[in-house]
Design a protein around this ligand. Structure first.
Ligand code: FE2
Length: 331
């Protein structure tokens, strides 16, 4: 964290806003907040769409520089509005592949996570366990929760040096062996759970041989097995935990979670690539570093949050109902 630099709107004539929960990371506000510049932008979503279109290159640059942009106060009221805002950026859609439940609302727009609201979703980069991951991620807050439910975001490049300082031996091993992630999928789809899809739904086939091929081709999962009781085992990895991502200008990021995706989920098993367990104190150190470095963002109705998925981890705090957040992922 360092000193705050001034707002330079450049060609993008967005008005920058401030939030109580904002932090300063590498001299920049995290997240960066954009507000409407006039009444037209407060009332007509097309005004925002036009503004994004005419400032596309500048905004793309801002996503890389600030890693997280929050558009607040614009009249984004429905999944349809959200879709046109996402499309205005002109980025190709990335197909969502994952074990978590998501329902398509309109083209490009899905429910963010249907796991019960009282569950925490731990920090992660979207689809980081998969072969291909999105570079950008949009969230839209359709209904803000009455209490809790913050969207927690954390700059991932801050994590490797802090972990190195706290648990140096583990980080050395993590770099050497990577992470193995074992997931057991249920025999039938289980709505409202973190790992909700059966292998048949997940891989869109009921043929075990075809499933094996698809698991390898689509997920990069080289060890897939169907069990007699209808459950299936996916073993992903070893995956690099700390990565130097090409587009991230030489910064290492803590790309692969060692905490899993949610509290106490029994069908996720994480271990190092040499099959040794991750000590509980390491997981606790990781969680407390993430909690210290994050911003717990209280999204409001109509907020659109844009994340650089290569640089920022996200999670969800436990929430009181109702809370409705939609997502769209881009290549
Ligand atoms: Fe996610």
């Amino acid at each position: 964290m360092g000193s705050l630099d001034g707002f330079n709107g450049g060609v993008g004539d967005f008005v920058e806003g401030r939030l109580a929960e904002q932090k300063v990371v590498d001299g920049k506000l995290f997240p960066k907040v954009f507000l409407p510049a006039n009444d037209v932008e407060r009332e007509d979503v097309q005004a925002l769409v036009q503004k994004i279109r005419s400032n596309k290159a500048w905004l793309e640059d801002e996503v890389v520089k600030s890693n997280t942009l929050l558009f607040r106060g614009f009249p984004v009221r429905s999944a349809e509005d959200f879709k046109v805002v996402v499309e205005a950026f002109g980025w190709e859609e990335q197909q969502y592949l994952g074990f978590s439940p998501r329902t398509k609302i309109v083209d490009r727009v899905f429910t963010a996570n249907e796991a019960p609201l009282h569950h925490q979703i731990d920090f992660h980069h979207e689809m980081s366990m998969m072969k291909d991951w999105p570079s950008k991620l949009f969230f839209f807050c359709e209904t803000a929760p009455p209490e809790g439910g913050e969207s927690a975001i954390a700059p991932s490049h801050l994590i490797p040096p802090l972990m190195e300082k706290t648990v140096p031996e583990f980080v050395k091993k993590a770099r050497e062996f990577g992470l193995l992630f074992k997931i057991t999928t249920p025999s039938q789809d289980v709505p409202n759970s973190l790992i909700s899809k059966s292998w048949k739904t997940m891989l869109n086939t009921s043929d075990p041989e075809e499933a094996k091929k698809r698991a390898a081709d689509i997920l990069g999962c080289m060890h897939f097995e169907c069990h007699d009781d209808g459950t299936a085992g996916f073993k992903l990895g070893p995956l690099e935990i700390i990565r130097m991502l090409e587009k991230e200008k030489g910064k290492e990021v803590w790309f692969t979670t060692i905490a899993g995706y949610g509290q106490g989920s029994k069908n996720q098993l994480l271990m190092l690539g040499d099959e040794s367990t991750i000590p509980i104190e390491v997981v606790e150190a990781f969680k407390s570093i993430m909690d210290e470095q994050c911003v717990n963002l209280k999204l409001k109705d109509g907020d659109v949050l844009l994340l650089n998925n290569l640089a920022v981890q996200h999670g969800r705090r436990p929430s009181k109902p109702p809370r409705k957040v939609l997502v769209s992922v881009c290549k």
